[in-house]
Design a protein around this ligand. Structure first.
Ligand code: STL
Length: 314
């Protein structure tokens, strides 16, 4: 696969796609993370996207957004600091050659906040709340801290000096505020790569989130846990929407392993080997692949992806 195809594969949306070629020569990308709870397969989607960019020769920065975590009411500083340490350890084991940056290491500067105040003049409270719809804890009683949050996220793009941004689609309204108000702070142009979210394992209408029990597979889960969770997961025959196991195949297994092998008894049609996600999806949609056989193969594949990360963690 050529470098550009690697960068754009599996994205849900890309802003400034036409700039990719010219930005690639001196490319720097960042992705920011709130540090709270487990690192799970949902996070691994952005991590693998960062790996794609790394392979394309782009420098990678990982932002451990400690101040954002605190602003979003995930816990007190004692909790946040402990989480940051755990996440730092986790990120060292995922195979990235990234510079890890802690938010508060560069955010506590007067000019950082001057930019936030500049942007705050041009944006309504309503827009700030809407930007946080998919991110904020307890959005119905959103605190002012949670509308300061997106402005800081936009300023991070400026201060980290990146020309590529990777994030899940849940963050797109935040960065859109930056596209509209960025001229106020001299925000540089960047390519925004939004990756799809993985639906929760528990069924349609949920997302994979460490705050929803059994919705996620952690990178620390052991094979037994993976097996239990996958076997319980929603995966209706023929349903290719809302299907977390198919999403995991598309966004994690194929990018990483480039194939999926199904072991099946001769009387059920014998073994299968898929070399692309599309092949798998077609077979599943047409009912040629039963969820039980698909799940068994996915347990092995997820274990294969996670095992080295888990090992590096311990
Ligand atoms: C979440 C969950 C998650 C990631 C984020 C938020 C991202 C936070 C962030 C903060 C500052 C930035 C960029 C991203 O500059 O997995 O609720």
């Amino acid at each position: 696969m050529n470098k550009k195809d690697l960068i754009i594969r599996n994205c849900a949306e890309i802003i400034n796609e036409d700039k990719i070629d010219s930005f690639m020569k001196k490319g720097i990308v960042y992705c920011g993370y709130e540090c709270s709870g487990e690192i799970h397969l949902g996070h691994l989607v952005t991590i693998l996207k960062l790996l794609d960019l790394q392979k394309a020769g782009i420098k990678v920065k990982v932002l451990l957004a400690d101040w954002h975590t605190w602003l979003n009411q995930k816990g007190d500083w004692d909790f946040v600091n402990k989480q940051v340490k755990a996440w730092e350890k986790g990120f060292k084991s995922v195979g990235l050659n990234a510079t890890i940056v802690k938010g508060t290491s560069f955010q506590k500067k007067p000019d950082y906040f001057e930019d936030i105040l500049k942007m705050s003049l041009g944006l309504t409270v309503n827009r700030g709340v809407r930007a946080m719809q998919q991110v904020a804890r307890d959005i119905d009683s959103a605190k002012i801290s949670q509308i300061i949050y997106p402005l800081m996220q936009v300023e991070d793009v400026k201060k980290l000096g990146v020309n590529f941004v990777v994030s899940g689609t849940d963050q797109r309204k935040i960065y859109m505020m930056g596209l509209d108000e960025g001229s106020e702070i001299g925000l540089q142009e960047a390519v925004y790569l939004y990756t799809p979210l993985i639906p929760g394992l528990v069924g349609p209408g949920t997302k994979m989130s460490s705050s929803v029990a059994n919705s996620f597979i952690s990178i620390r889960d052991k094979k037994e846990d993976i097996k239990k969770k996958v076997n319980k997961a929603y995966c209706k025959p023929g349903d290719i929407k809302n299907n977390s196991i198919l999403s995991i195949a598309k966004l994690i297994v194929f990018p990483k392993l480039e194939k999926l092998e199904i072991k099946r008894d001769k009387k059920f049609g014998g073994n299968l080997k898929f070399k692309s996600y599309e092949e798998l999806e077609n077979n599943f949609e047409e009912g040629k692949l039963h969820p039980a056989d698909f799940k068994s193969a996915m347990i092995e594949a997820i274990e294969e992806v996670i095992a080295p990360i888990r090992k590096g963690w311990n």
